[in-house]
Design a protein around this ligand. Structure first.
Ligand code: PEP
Length: 256
């Protein structure tokens, strides 16, 4: 991470876990453990139904609330979906876009991801845009090319002024929920490549202000090494964000 130019952001992705009562309990456990987070921004991306509880519980803290998805249209006949303006109105600050689980199970494409990025920015939400390769693609040696395509597509039509609001999360699919983490060198290499792509599109100054997270089995034991990479400016954390002590330890590693 490079604190001179950009913010370190540690975000928890609870996925489809925790009822509202459980959410309240977890946040109550977490809050005293991370009250001294001074260097990095901490975000909890909770299920939609937990958002009001999380916002209330975190009102007097420095922890922000994020959502895990949003619809790509502003409003309309989309039964069961949630819009960007609904999230904004509640007080949500961040929204995960293009998580590999959504790309895989809901067939979200790069084009859809780009539509969501535009709508999130227009609405005043900060998108956490997920990119990453399968194990097969890594073995084929196409990781950097593939991620360049994903990054370019996500940023298509985004102005330099809005770019600062975007967070990228490099999440190798083979490392998500598997306990198999990318090495810090692998994470650093892809982080640097993402920044190079942004630099080519927007120039060096804009590129160095973008936060690029790593996600994929990040935990208290490996966080320090991953975050030591120049182009790993934080983490998107699934499993370890469901345990207060584990998540707090990652925040602690980012605060050192
Ligand atoms: C994720 O879901 O974004 C993630 C990184 O999960 P995990 O930390 O469990 O691998």
């Amino acid at each position: 991470m490079n604190r001179r130019y950009r913010k370190t952001i540690i975000a928890g992705n609870w996925k489809m876990n925790k009822t509202p009562s459980e959410a309240r309990q977890l946040i109550d456990e977490l809050k005293p453990l991370i009250s001294k987070a001074k260097w990095c921004e901490v975000v909890l991306c909770v299920p939609y139904v937990d958002i009001p509880v999380a916002l209330r519980a975190l009102k007097d803290s420095r922890i922000a609330v994020g959502a895990q998805n949003m619809h790509h249209e502003e409003s309309g006949a989309y039964t069961g979906d949630v819009s960007a303006s609904m999230l904004k109105d509640l007080g949500v600050k961040y929204v995960i876009i293009g998580h590999s689980e959504r790309r895989a199970y809901y067939h979200e494409t790069d084009t859809l991801v780009n539509q969501k990025v535009h709508l999130a920015l227009k609405t005043g939400l900060r998108p956490i845009v997920c990119v990453g390769e399968t194990l097969e693609q890594r073995d084929q040696g196409v990781t950097l090319d593939l991620i360049t395509v994903q990054v370019k597509a996500a940023l298509s039509g985004v102005s330099a002024e809005k770019l600062r609001q975007i967070v990228f999360a490099y999440e190798p699919i083979w490392a998500i929920g598997t306990g198999r983490t990318a090495t810090s060198e692998q994470a650093g290499e892809v982080g640097a490549s993402i920044r190079t792509t942004i630099r080519k599109m927007y120039g060096a100054r804009a590129a160095r202000s973008v936060t690029i997270q790593y996600g994929g089995s990040m935990n208290a034991a490996n966080a320090h090494d991953l975050l030591a990479q120049l182009d790993v400016d934080g983490g998107l954390i699934g499993g370890a964000s469901l345990k207060a002590a584990d998540f707090a330890a990652i925040v602690q590693a980012a605060n050192q």
